[in-house]
Ligand binder design. Structure first.
Ligand code: SAM
Length: 213
């Protein structure tokens, strides 16, 4: 299977062919071997236009939604970014291409371990992963220029808004367990503005400021 060709087709059809215009985002998708972030049985579908299972009842999101959330963060390469929900580590790799440092939190130890191993094999030195309840954020390393939550939250966790830097951007799915709204939160001069982007479906964010289970 020619994964490079599949990657190029994915970028052309699913990303650039929709509304992903940030060249740095498109280049990151061309570079990162998404098939390595899924199980061997799923490799032939790794570049398809839908999410895939990654074990532990969790998923790697559809390429388009990963790209859209990444583009909304408007990263230039100098930022410190926090990700909640490491999962397979794919989104963390994309963020590592787009920013200076990525902090990523995963609540399920086996997923965090697997993602860390793969990201090390791929040579990423600017990603730090920890196992914890990400709804609490990562206080010692805050504030963050950008925060991305890759699991569905019943509301915007104020704990994360507090850890967002001035002019920072937070993107997350907010809503019920079976369907949410992707929301962009911006902090400007201490004022917090929110914008609804589009409907989406994510697995639940489970933790103190998320769902109970
Ligand atoms: N970003 C991931 C990727 O690129 O593969 C996909 C993430 S998956 C849709 C959501 C992840 O969020 C799951 O791995 C899940 O275990 C994790 N999660 C759920 N609640 C969490 C919490 N409170 N803190 C950290 N991770 C959490």
């Amino acid at each position: 299977m020619n994964f490079k060709e599949l990657r190029e087709e994915m970028v052309k059809e699913q990303l650039a062919g929709r509304d992903i215009k940030d060249k740095r985002v498109l280049d990151a998708f061309l570079k990162i071997p998404r098939h390595k972030f899924v199980s061997e049985e799923s490799q032939s579908s790794a570049y398809a236009d839908y999410p895939l299972p990654i074990g532990e009842n969790q998923t790697i999101s559809q390429p388009y939604i990963v790209a859209l959330m990444s583009q909304l963060l408007e990263l230039k390469g100098t930022e410190k970014v926090l990700e909640i929900g490491t999962g397979s580590g794919y989104q963390a790799a994309i963020l590592a291409e787009l920013s200076k440092t990525v902090y990523s939190i995963e609540r399920i130890p086996s997923l965090a371990e697997k993602a860390e191993k793969l990201l090390n094999e791929l040579g990423y030195k600017n990603i730090e992963i920890k196992v914890d309840d990400g709804t609490l954020g990562w206080y010692e390393s805050s504030p963050f220029d950008a925060i991305i939550v890759t699991a569905a939250s019943p509301e915007i966790p104020q704990s994360l808004v507090k850890q967002l830097a001035e002019h920072g951007r937070l993107v997350l799915p907010v809503g019920g367990k079976f369907g949410q709204m992707l929301v962009l939160v911006k902090k400007d001069k201490g004022k917090v503005e929110t914008k609804e982007i589009c409907g989406c479906v994510f697995v639940p964010l489970i933790g103190k400021y998320g769902y109970n289970q």
